[in-house]
Design a protein around this ligand. Structure first.
Ligand code: FE2
Length: 128
């Protein structure tokens, strides 16, 4: 479900490799959603979201360093999009997740899918 498609490649190898990793983390959440054998998925969701947050922090700082290195003009608004993403993850209401895990994972996946695809296709593509 979550994978790098042809059109997501920016042609900047380091950034593409990191985007692949982000899709892999999203795919983990998708596999978790469909796993019928795990009854309580809460700890797994927390782990995946922690991995996602930690990795996006690394990826965003690498990407921002890259944009600076090429003196990209729209770096400021791009950074804001990155901050908003991190904030969104930090704002997850874990009580709500506990209450309805299925719904929570679906919401996370929907958010991730929209964000990854739109951000890479429309925001990241601008700096290449
Ligand atoms: Fe970006």
């Amino acid at each position: 479900m979550f994978e790098m498609k042809e059109e997501y490649y920016l042609g900047v190898d380091a950034m593409d490799a990191e985007h692949i990793k982000l899709f892999e983390i999203a795919e983990k959440a998708f596999v978790l959603l469909n796993d019928q054998f795990i009854i309580d998925k809460f700890d797994y969701i927390v782990k995946i979201m922690e991995e996602l947050r930690d990795y996006t922090v690394v990826h965003f700082s690498d990407e921002e360093a890259y944009m600076e290195s090429i003196q990209y003009k729209k770096i400021f608004s791009h950074k804001i999009e990155h901050q908003e993403f991190i904030e969104k993850i930090n704002q997850i209401d874990w009580d709500e997740v506990e209450k309805d895990q299925e719904k929570a994972i679906l919401a996370i996946l929907e958010f991730l899918n929209n964000w990854l695809v739109n951000h890479i296709l429309y925001t990241d593509k601008l700096y290449v």
